[in-house]
Design a protein around this ligand. Structure first.
Ligand SMILES: Nc1ncnc2c1ncn2[C@@H]1O[C@H](COP(=O)(O)OP(=O)(O)O)[C@@H](O)[C@H]1O
Ligand SMILES: [Mg+2]
Length: 411
């Protein structure tokens, strides 16, 4: 009798190593970020001689290789330090999860814990005590400590100023060691949020990571395919197709690799021994749907109210939506939902965020002497009922959606 697992047999699998497509996989080679890596190396080479490297902040949209490039450089630095007997240590903290001053300091000191050390509790100590314990441990180890703060823009506001103050003061307080900071941010406007005096103390060199081009993505995909996919199951032109789609939409290597992973699954489900263009096309649709649904579900309340307002305007036939027409509807939506509206400036930055997330197309237009505005249209894939998704388990959005709106002028 046939076994229900027969068809799922991995014998003819297109994958030979799925882990290569895992978001946490570190590739053995790292290309296409030469100038950024060169700048980092020039700064960090000072650490090998016991000097303090300049602070750096890496900026760029997600999937542009910031984390991977930094890890590659950090690993090479530690390797080199070991060979030449120089004391250089790197400590990586992801501020998305560890997002307060206390927890970041706690995280750094934990990487320096030795047996016999007091365990610092997750909460409860005065933050200054955590700071002095961190300094004590850094000095005990000596050498140069490179503090890598990934996703730095995710630090809770108020925490970030004090933390950056602490970290930029370290070299005054440390006696037997030195410290330098590498900050990583997806938000290019991040430094504007840091108070001027702290920014100038930090005097960080900015390193920009731009979205990858189609050529670069194509090479990245071919490198992965060579180790992760069965020989003969793919061709360079198919990788190129995948790369073209990704470059046109975002230039994000993480998403391009994921598109290739899902395309491979599609080929396997279709029991095809090769990955064809049609597998990439249907994978693309699936990935895009899942991405948008996930984004919509995770939007904070005022983002939801703003997007709801844009959709309501579209339904009411407002042809050219501007920041002004969205604002009018948004204020009504907030009233219906029983929420206090944010400022129009915050609304404007929410709308810019939609553009970065490809939820809306936003074009800045000049009104001559009357200033500037934005022209906005939603970019939701057909077949997605955005309002229904945003309403799920959300009373405020339900109230906003089911109310009546003052009819807008048709522009
Ligand atoms: N130049 C590259 N070569 C190979 N893989 C890359 C490259 N840049 C990024 N990647 C891969 O793409 C994914 C996202 O990169 P990551 O460094 O996490 O992006 P970011 O931190 O900018 O959001 C990771 O899986 C990483 O291995
Ligand atoms: Mg990252």
């Amino acid at each position: 009798m046939a076994n229900i697992f027969d068809a799922a047999s991995r014998k003819n699998s297109v994958f030979i190593d799925r882990r290569v497509f895992d978001p946490h996989h570190s590739p053995s080679t790292f290309n296409h970020r030469d100038s950024q890596i060169r700048t980092m190396v020039m700064n960090l080479a000072d650490a090998l001689e016991g000097h303090i490297p300049g602070n750096m902040i890496l900026y760029g949209p997600s999937g542009t290789g910031k984390t991977a490039a930094t890890r590659f450089v950090a690993q090479q630095l530690e390797e080199r330090a070991q060979i030449i007997g120089s004391r250089v240590y790197t400590h990586e903290i992801n501020c998305q999860h560890v997002n307060t001053r206390y927890r970041v300091l706690h995280g750094i000191s934990e990487t320096l814990r030795e047996s016999g050390d007091q365990v610092i509790p997750f909460t409860g100590w005065p933050a200054d005590r955590v700071l002095s314990e961190t300094i004590r441990r850094m000095d005990r180890q000596g050498g140069v400590h490179i503090l890598i703060l990934d996703e730095m823009d995710q630090l809770a506001s108020r925490s970030e100023d004090q933390l950056l103050y602490d970290l930029t003061s370290l070299n005054v307080l440390l006696k037997q060691s030195r410290a330098s900071i590498i900050g990583i941010s997806n938000d290019i406007g991040f430094t504007d949020k840091i108070p001027g005096p702290i920014r100038s103390r930090m005097s960080a060199e900015d390193i920009i990571f731009s979205p990858y081009s189609s050529n670069e993505l194509s090479q990245i995909l071919v490198e992965r395919a060579k180790v992760g996919l069965r020989k003969g199951s793919w061709e360079e032109v198919t990788m190129r197709f995948c790369a073209d789609l990704s470059a046109k939409e975002h230039g994000d290597a993480r998403r391009a690799i994921d598109l290739l992973r899902v395309s491979t699954l599609r080929a396997e489900i279709a029991q095809s021994e090769t990955i064809e263009i049609e597998h990439i096309q249907s994978a693309h649709k699936q990935v895009e749907h899942e991405r948008v649904i996930g984004l919509l579900q995770g939007l904070p309340l005022h983002q939801k109210l703003t997007l709801t307002s844009i959709i309501i305007n579209e339904r009411n036939g407002v042809l050219t939506q501007t920041t002004g027409t969205i604002w009018e509807t948004y204020v009504q939506a907030c009233n219906l939902a029983g929420m206090k509206p944010l400022t129009s400036r915050s609304l404007s930055s929410i709308i810019n965020g939609f553009h970065s997330a490809s939820l809306a197309h936003v074009k800045n237009v000049s009104l001559g002497r009357r200033g500037r505005t934005k022209h906005v249209s939603s970019l939701l894939p057909r077949g997605i009922d955005a309002i229904r998704i945003m309403c799920e388990n959300n009373d405020a959005i339900n109230l906003a959606v089911n109310g009546t709106y003052k009819l807008q002028r048709r522009l």
